[in-house]
Ligand binder design. Structure first.
Ligand SMILES: [Ca+2]
Length: 92
């Protein structure tokens, strides 16, 4: 077994899995060939195990932030209107 490993590393008969189909890694991942194996790592801006990478879309996160901000803004506006209506009715 040790002789086989030695033979592999010395003669570089390792298969470069990355040469074909990015080693099975995701299209947004980088494939790194190692002796006897290979590894996948998601590119910057993506998260996952390398086989599956999902976008960490900052625009989406910003949109969610704006959406939450607008929702709270509208809620505050509605409460303000209700308060004004309440005060007007009380003064009548
Ligand atoms: Ca390999």
């Amino acid at each position: 077994m040790l002789q086989l490993l030695f033979y592999n590393s010395k003669n570089k008969i390792d298969i470069d899995e990355c040469e074909v189909n990015n080693g099975g890694c995701h299209s947004n991942a980088t494939c790194e060939n190692t002796i006897g194996s290979f590894s996948c790592a998601c590119k910057k801006g993506y998260s996952g195990d390398g086989i599956n990478c999902v976008t960490m879309d900052e625009n989406n996160q910003a949109a969610i932030g704006i959406g939450v901000g607008v929702a709270f803004g509208l809620l505050a506006l509605i409460l303000l209107i209700l308060l004004v209506i309440f005060l007007i009715k009380r003064n009548v």
